[in-house]
Design a protein around this ligand. Sequence first.
Ligand code: G1P
Length: 299
Amino acid sequence: MSYKPIRKAVFPVAGLGTRFLPATKSVPKELLPVVDRPLIQYAVDEAREAGIEQMIFVTGRGKGAIEDYFDMAFEAEAIQRERGKDLSALEGTRIEPGNAVFLRQQEPLGLGHAIWCARDIVGDEPFAILLPDEFMKGAPGRGCLKQMVDAYNQVGGNLVCALEVPMADTPNYGVIDPGKRDGVLTEVKGLVEKPALGTAPSNLILPGRYILQPEVMKILETQEKGAGGEIQLTDAMASMIGRQPFHGVTFKGRRFDCGSKAGYIEANLALALEREDLGEHIRAFTIAELDMIKISAAA
Ligand code: G1P
């Protein structure tokens, strides 16, 4: 059976990024670099690799720099060219003409509301959602969304990425009530947003990658406020279970929660250690630094 291809992806980027103040006072958190590429670039690369053609950014006030980022960097490109410098660092930073859509969520009413703002652009086809705070690092050519699209091509319907976390962390996330597991696929029997500690149906959380059928937009239209007084995507998805196929996909790779300072620093360190131009230096520095901490702790 063949299913409608996933051609569009929505990137909710309206959040204020208060956890990274003051850095995010004038720079959108999605543009904070992991080594030398902004977080949002990794999410766009992941979407491209999965075959996404149209990138839909749901932005907000103060986020205009994201739109500039994906445009041509006329001055930087001209100067680099004039100086005979390599332009490869800019590869993939321009979105193909006509394939980037920017729209605004005017009020912070929740993730569900942000997605609903893209309803007319998404139209009547299944689409992907990527939360760029969540940095999902797969093997080359095997990014998280690509793995999910491969699973979608087998089962269709709705899919969410599913990730195991310690039970104590479940109150921070959308959580899956899992059914049967078959390879990387887990049947989704229920979903709950930010359950109170000790009440989560499992430790399988939603780390911010989704493939959804367009009907979710109709549900969001009349969606009541949920956890935290916000319109929750998780609640809208929950009401689709039973009406359409719904699966969790286990991601083979690493996840860094770059919405938290610790996760962001870990991502920087992990990527720097892997880089040919930086790895050795950072490894030596880290070892020396840890030794220093040991010495000062012993003193
Ligand atoms: C959002 C979603 C939640 C998901 C999380 C992943 O929550 O509502 O279901 O697990 O992203 O990061 P937020 O972090 O915006 O509170």
